[in-house]
Design a protein. Structure first.
Length: 309
């Protein structure tokens, strides 16, 4: 039903810092600006993949989930109706703002606005051009990248995204940072190892832990790491390789406090032979935490063995 994470909406307090960060550090291109100053950031031939809105809570405000077409939109609408979940339909002005042909929206169990859309605006004559000379980002049919969020009720999230929206569980990581048990569930909707991951943190100050963007060349991760060191941009987590998706990456502290994972490589999933596994560590090597928000409060996520596919 869902093809990919098509776009991310952020609400931020310091738009000026975000413009510098997005273009000068991440290497994203400003495609256009909204009347209110919103930055529409390009990663590829689409009008935008990330929208940064001024005056927000320094958090994710909406996620755009891409569908196959109008028939996909009708299917999601029917699924939501049958589940008794209220949704709204984007009018012509809202569709122009999102640069899509059509969408519907509802709140997911974490209170994040989930937008289900089709027909993204492609600006092929205006080729993507990174202000940092980044060769490109891994998007296409696998979308922006992934998001990891803190949620008040992990079981409700699993019911919504897996059981209603058709996501598949990739794996789980169960670990104990600072003596506090945490379970992270990783879900996919295309061959990318995960487009969505969540952990139960009932009183999280920010819902967005991080979002990940993936470059085409290994050296671009290294050059960006060196740039952060040179320009005193806070590195939250050092270079490393994750245990479940094999991503070679590091994490940059954004002007909003949450982090951005900057990665290369990454594992692909073939649902025909994929087996769900558990891990008790987040990384094979590296990924030393340097600066970070306060550690999450104890998670009481439903145990993986109780969550069947």
């Amino acid at each position: 039903m869902i093809r990919a994470l098509g776009y991310i909406g952020l609400g931020v307090r310091d738009l000026t810092s975000w413009e510098t960060f997005a273009t000068g550090i991440l290497g994203l291109q400003i495609g256009s600006r909204g009347a209110d100053g919103t930055l529409y950031l390009r990663m590829d031939e689409r009008h935008h993949r990330i929208a940064v809105h001024p005056g927000g809570p320094d958090d994710v405000t909406y996620l755009g989930w891409e569908l196959e077409g109008e028939q996909g939109l009708r299917a999601v609408a029917e699924t939501l109706r049958n589940a008794g979940i209220a949704y709204t339909t984007g009018d012509a002005a809202a569709c122009r703002e999102r640069s899509v042909a059509g969408f519907i929206a509802c709140d997911d169990p974490a209170g994040i606005r989930a937008e289900f859309f089709w027909g993204a605006l492609v600006q092929r004559p205006q080729a993507f051009s990174s202000p940092r000379g980044i060769s490109g980002f891994h998007t296409g049919g696998e979308g922006v990248g992934h998001v990891v969020i803190a949620v008040p009720d992990a079981a409700a999230m699993m019911t919504f995204y897996r059981d209603l929206m058709g996501f598949r569980v990739s794996d789980y990581i169960e670990f104990t940072p600072a003596g506090r048990p945490v379970t992270i569930a990783f879900l996919h909707c295309n061959p990318r190892h995960h487009s969505l991951a969540f952990m139960q943190v009932p009183s999280a100050a920010q819902r967005l832990s991080h979002f990940m963007i993936q470059v085409h060349e290994l050296d671009e991760v290294g050059r960006t790491y060196s740039l952060c060191e040179r320009e005193d941009v806070p590195i939250a987590v050092t270079l490393g390789r994750h245990v479940n998706d094999d991503m070679f990456s590091f994490y940059i502290a954004s002007p909003s406090g949450f982090t951005v994972e900057y990665g290369y490589g990454g594992r692909s999933i073939d649902d025909a032979n994929w087996q769900v596994q558990y891990y008790d560590a987040t990384s094979v090597w590296g990924h030393k935490r340097l600066v970070h928000a306060p550690p999450p409060s104890p998670a009481v996520t439903a145990q993986p063995e109780r969550i069947t596919r």
